[in-house]
Write a protein that binds this ligand. Structure first.
Ligand SMILES: O=C(O)CCC(=O)C(=O)O
Length: 281
């Protein structure tokens, strides 16, 4: 069993860490069962093709989707690497359709770094502005497509030319995640998926967190998220409030004067937030 310190060291070194079995089969089955309905609700009327890349799904199905973004183990870790500034930028829910083998075989899905990332300028670890909690709702295989990562590329100015974007990389590692694992990545980690040729859908979540002073792509202003925010206020749950863009301490904490090492300061604030939650509103 990895300690928190091991995980943080691993994340800093390789740019990702895997949380095995973070989500239960029952929960994943309920998410999958809801996918067609969400597609129907998010596809604009009269559109030629269905919208398969779903976003703002917490607003659409708050009580079903909240456990995906509010997992305590994942958030505890996220706070250690982003600081207690963890906001939900976007939850993408996607079922990649199966492609013809001739189109898919031997290809990578498209090398990239994620939103709010950057091309590193040196080998030092720079704390992320955002992290991706990537989750697959079935075991990954060569048929449905592993995740590809270039370990350490969050500390390496390596880039992939356009003509090689869908070519396997000499330094890639293939991650055959099991259903419900979370691969928690640094925004500057170079990675790619793999085209699906399994004959079945490849269900995937990108649970994307960024720092609470950045903008967020998901809609946190609808009536359903407003209910979650209200519940968080009643419990004085600062972490849950922050997740949906309400961070009343952000200016104070982002302008602390910086006389204590960041991670030490973050630990103190995390403790303060826990105490506030226990004390209640
Ligand atoms: O499809 C995949 O496995 C890759 C996902 C990915 O690249 C991402 O979430 O940024």
């Amino acid at each position: 069993m990895k300690t928190l310190a091991d995980r943080i060291a691993e994340f800093k070194h390789q740019g990702y860490t895997v949380f095995e079995g973070a989500f239960s089969r029952d929960l994943m089955d309920r998410w999958i069962a809801k996918y067609p309905d969400l597609v129907a609700r998010q596809t604009p009327q009269g559109a030629a093709n269905p919208t398969l890349w779903l976003s703002s799904v917490v607003e659409y199905e708050p009580w079903l989707m909240l456990p995906a973004v509010n997992d305590p183990v994942i958030l505890d870790f996220a706070e250690r690497v982003l600081g207690p500034f963890v906001q939900l930028d976007n939850l993408t829910f996607m079922a990649f359709p199966s492609l013809p083998r001739a189109e898919a075989e031997g290809k990578a899905g498209g090398w990239h770094r994620d939103i709010w990332g950057w091309v590193p300028t040196g080998a030092d670890y720079v704390p992320p502005l955002a992290c991706n909690a990537i989750t697959y709702l079935q075991d990954l295989t060569d048929e449905n497509g592993p995740l590809r990562v270039v370990a350490g590329s969050h500390r390496d100015p390596i880039t992939v030319p356009q003509e090689l974007r869908t070519t396997p990389h000499a330094r890639e590692q293939l991650v055959y995640a099991k259903a419900g694992d979370v691969i928690f990545t640094h925004c500057a980690l170079l990675h790619a998926g793999t085209p699906n040729m399994s004959g079945r859908e490849r269900y995937f979540f990108s649970i994307y967190y960024n720092r609470s002073w950045l903008r967020h792509r998901d809609n946190h202003s609808g009536p359903n998220v407003a209910r979650i925010i209200q519940m968080a206020r009643e419990k004085n749950d600062r972490r849950l409030l922050r997740l949906f863009g309400v961070d009343e301490l952000v200016f104070r904490r982002a302008n602390s004067g910086f006389q204590v090492a960041d991670e030490e300061m973050w630990d103190r604030w995390i403790e303060e937030d826990r105490a506030a939650l226990q004390a209640g509103a």
